[in-house]
Ligand binder design. Structure first.
Ligand code: ADP
Ligand code: MG
Length: 338
C-alpha cells in the first residue's frame, strides 16, 4: 500500500478549483459577483480570446485593505460569513471563500486594489506562488487580471470548447448578472469590441434593451406578484416575441441567478396556450425571499439552490406571468387568410 500523505496546498487548491472554475465564464461570474458584493456601481469586464488568454474585471467597490489582500487568496477565507447562523442567512453572492484561491490555482493572477483614492496594493500570484506585494497608485476599487487560464492544468484546458462557445457562455452570464443588477453599469469588451453596455440607471427594461436590443425590449410586459413569503418583479415577453429555447428566461433569487426547472416550467405555464409549440418567451424575474427560505450552500457554483416552499413560489411565478399577460387582453397572433 502506498503511504497516506496530506496533499500540498497547491494540489488541493487545484482539485478544489475544478469544482468552481470550469471555464472562462466561471471566472467572470466569480469576479463579477465579488464586485457586486463589494457594492460596485460600475463593473468593466475585458476579455481576450473569450477569456482563455485574459480576463480583467475592474470595479469601483469597497476595495480590499492592504493587510488583507493575501488573505483574500487563501482557501476558505471570506469576509462574508463567520458563523453557522450566518451560513443560513447569506445576503451576499459569495460566502465560501473559494473563488480567488481557486482562480489563483489554475491561472496567473494580478490584483490592484484600494480602499481609498490614495494608494493601493498590487499582488501577483503565479503558479499558486505569492509574489511580493507592492504599493501602487490606484483609484478606489479592485482590478483583477486573470491570464492563461488552466496553463498549469493541461487536462482542464483540453475541455475548453471553441472560443465561440466559450464567448457565448461569458456573454450569457454577464447578461444575466447585468439584468439582475440594473443599478450597476456593466460593460463587457472582447478584443476591444464592446458586447454589452448597460447604463446602471436602475431601469430593468432599459437594461434589457442594452442586452437584447430595443425592439425586443419594447415587446415586454411588466410582471408582479407577492405573497407572505415572496415578492416577484420583472418582465416577460409578449407571446409573439419568442426564442427557440428557454435560455433567455433569467430567474434571480435575492440577486443570485439560478437554474430551476420547476420555476421556469411555471413561468411557461403562465402563458397557457399562448405560445407556439417549441417556442419560449424571454424575460427576467427577480424573486425576493427571506434568506432563511433559500439554501445556497448546495453546489459550489451556487447555480442550484434549495428553495423552501418551492411549490408555493412556482404557483406565484405562474400567477405573476399569467396576470400580466391577461391584463393586455391579447388577441391571438395567428396569421389570417383574407
Ligand atoms: P467569497 O466571495 O466567497 O467571500 P472569494 O474567494 O471570492 O470568496 O473572495 C475572498 C474575499 O476577498 C471576499 O470575501 C472579499 O472580502 C474579498 N474580495 C474579493 N473580491 C473583491 C472585490 N472585487 N472587492 C472587494 N473585496 C473583494
Ligand atoms: Mg466570491
Amino acid at each position: 500500500m502506498a503511504q497516506i500523505q496530506k496533499l500540498t496546498p497547491t494540489l488541493s487548491n487545484q482539485i478544489a478549483a475544478g469544482e468552481v472554475i470550469e471555464r472562462p465564464a466561471s471566472v467572470v461570474k466569480e469576479l463579477v459577483e465579488n464586485a457586486l458584493d463589494a457594492n460596485a456601481s460600475q463593473i468593466d469586464i475585458q476579455i481576450k480570446d473569450a477569456g482563455v488568454t485574459q480576463i480583467t474585471v475592474a470595479d469601483n467597490g469597497t476595495g480590499i485593505a492592504s493587510d488583507q489582500v493575501e488573505l483574500a487568496f487563501l482557501p476558505h477565507a471570506t469576509s462574508k460569513i463567520n458563523s453557522t447562523q450566518d451560513l443560513f442567512n447569506v445576503k451576499t453572492l459569495g460566502f465560501r471563500g473559494e473563488a480567488l484561491a481557486s482562480i489563483a490555482a489554475v491561472a496567473k493572477v494580478r490584483i490592484i486594489t484600494s480602499i481609498d483614492a490614495k494608494s493601493g496594493t498590487q499582488l501577483e500570484i503565479i503558479g499558486g506562488e505569492f509574489q511580493a506585494p507592492m504599493t501602487v497608485a490606484a483609484t478606489k476599487g479592485t482590478i483583477i487580471t486573470v491570464e492563461d487560464l488552466f496553463y498549469n492544468t493541461p487536462v482542464r484546458l483540453k475541455y475548453i470548447k471553441t472560443l465561440n462557445t466559450e464567448l457565448k457562455q461569458v456573454v450569457d452570464i454577464v447578461n444575466r448578472l447585468a439584468l439582475g443588477h440594473a443599478k450597476v453599469a456593466f460593460t463587457l469588451t472582447n478584443e476591444k469590441k464592446t458586447l454589452i453596455r448597460t447604463s446602471g440607471n436602475g431601469d430593468v427594461q432599459q437594461a434589457m434593451a442594452g442586452i437584447y436590443g430595443r425592439k425586443t425590449a419594447a415587446d415586454l410586459v411588466a410582471c408582479q406578484a407577492q405573497d407572505a413569503d415572496f415578492t416577484i418583479k420583472g418582465y416577460t415577453s409578449l407571446p409573439k416575441q419568442t426564442r427557440a429555447n428557454r435560455n433567455y428566461l433569467s430567474l434571480l433569487v435575492n440577486g443570485r441567478y439560478i437554474n430551476n426547472y420547476q420555476l421556469s416550467q411555471a413561468w411557461l405555464a403562465g402563458y397557457g396556450s399562448k405560445l407556439m409549440v417549441g417556442r419560449y418567451p424571454l424575460g427576467v424575474l427577480q424573486i425576493t425571499a427571506a434568506p432563511l427560505l433559500v439554501d445556497v450552500n448546495v453546489h459550489p457554483t451556487k447555480r442550484e439552490v434549495r428553495l423552501s416552499k418551492e411549490q408555493q413560489l412556482a404557483a406565484l411565478v405562474e400567477q405573476a406571468v399569467s396576470q400580466a399577460l391577461e391584463s393586455l387582453n391579447l388577441i391571438p397572433d395567428v396569421p389570417v387568410d383574407l
